[in-house]
Design a binder for this molecule. Structure first.
Ligand code: NAD
Ligand code: GLY
Length: 362
């Protein structure tokens, strides 16, 4: 059964695009209206391909569809693996009229998007995200890129997709740990911009953990709505968009320290948001009750609550020094003024920051 549950739009003038959320869309939804030429290159990985490639290809009737299959894992989000996409495009003689399709989680999406941004100076692309995290976050907003050994997502480009197609049925095969990682980004939207969504999450988080379709559809829709509004207001992160990075400065440091792929991105963001909440409390922005609400929700999402074993305050400080939000060598962090109200600040007491880092690194 093919059922569109919700549709919304990322409003970016002539680069606006729809996000279509539904059940049973893979295999039956016609994506050819978003393909200008006759060629399509699907980029996937060796986990998602066997599950959903055939169905994804069926969304492009009448088109010549080629496939590049990448090795699965955050540790492959690098130059060498990115080059496999260019190899495939050139070997199959793809022209600048080709359309790239990302079929997979955020790693595949970020890499296929970056390949689309740079192949022959830019070709169109389509996002078919298959993890909760990619459905609520990475497939929307046009950030693409790869990791560098010295920092997460340090090389990349802004390149918006033509359409994002979200089939919630694909989440039925997602391991529970990946569901929790996605929930971290869902919780993020409540914390940064929508306190009523937090209240909804408190009532529905168990249903989300059980991957109940109705709850998932609603959580994905509200998350995409929040992200679409922020991206429409500040596509290139001149200001507001940075709030989408709540917990990410701490989280990226954790991911880099642990070695890409050892901590899931969403797990690191979950712990990072706890750290941001703790620091917001120490700075006198949020109340203890607000902080405890944040802790309780993240705990119910089955997310880790401490930094990796062996990670020190000094490790955090040196890894956070390469964060993209920093200006003139000064650390900038996303904190909360209240639940549902995040902001960016460079004005944080060094003592409070050290206390927070110490509290999470025993
Ligand atoms: P991921 O892409 O590694 O996917 C997680 C795992 O689930 C992988 O093993 C994948 O093969 C597997 N998988 C994917 N779909 C599946 C399915 N339906 N059934 C079973 N297994 C499935 O990780 P992710 O959490 O989706 O994305 C994390 C990445 O996204 C990070 O690299 C992060 O930096 C990036 N990210 C980017 C943005 C952005 O705005 N561009 C935002 C957030 C995160
Ligand atoms: N995930 C952060 C952003 O898209 O800006």
């Amino acid at each position: 059964m093919n059922k569109v549950l919700k549709e919304l739009k990322v409003e970016l003038g002539e680069r606006s695009y729809p996000i279509v959320i539904g059940q049973g869309l893979l295999g039956s939804y016609d994506l050819t209206p978003w393909v200008a030429g006759s060629q399509v290159m699907v980029v996937t990985n060796d986990t998602v391909g066997p599950l959903y490639l055939e169905k994804a290809i069926a969304c492009f009737p009448g088109k010549k569809v080629d496939v590049v299959t990448l090795p699965d894992g955050e540790q492959y989000k690098d130059w060498q693996t990115l080059n496999l996409i260019f190899d495939g495009l050139l070997e199959q003689r793809h022209s600048r009229k080709t359309t790239l399709v990302a079929l997979g989680g955020g790693v595949v999406g970020d890499m296929a998007g970056f390949a689309a941004a740079s192949y022959q100076r830019g070709v169109p692309f389509i996002q078919i995200p298959t993890t909760l995290l990619s459905q609520v976050d990475s497939s929307v907003g046009g950030k693409t890129g790869i990791n560098h050994p010295l920092g997460k997502n340090m090389v990349g480009a802004f390149h918006q997709p033509n359409i994002v197609l979200i089939d919630t049925d694909s989440l039925s095969t997602l391991p529970p740990r990946e569901v929790s990682a996605g929930l971290a980004e869902v919780i993020k939207y409540g914390l940064i911009r929508d306190e009523s969504f937090l209240t909804w999450l408190e009532a529905n988080i168990d249903a989300l953990i059980r991957t109940e379709p109705e709850a998932l559809g609603e959580a994905i829709y509200r998350s995409c709505l929040c992200k679409a509004e922020v991206v429409a207001a500040d596509e290139r992160e001149g200001g507001l968009r940075a709030i989408l990075n709540l917990g990410h400065t701490f989280g990226h440091a954790i991911e880099t320290f642990a070695g890409y792929g050892n901590w899931l991105h969403g797990e690191a963001v979950g712990t990072g948001m706890l750290m941001a909440s703790d620091l917001s409390l120490r700075e006198g922005w949020i109340s203890r009750a607000d902080h405890e609400r944040t802790v309780a929700l993240i705990r119910r999402g089955n997310l880790p609550e401490q930094a990796p074993e062996g990670m020190t305050v000094e490790d955090f400080m040196s890894l956070m020094a390469v964060d993209k939000k920093n200006v003139d060598g000064k650390l900038r962090l996303v904190l909360m003024r209240a639940l549902g109200d995040a902001f960016v600040t460079a004005d944080v007491s060094e003592r409070h920051l050290k206390d927070t880092l110490q509290g999470f690194t025993q």
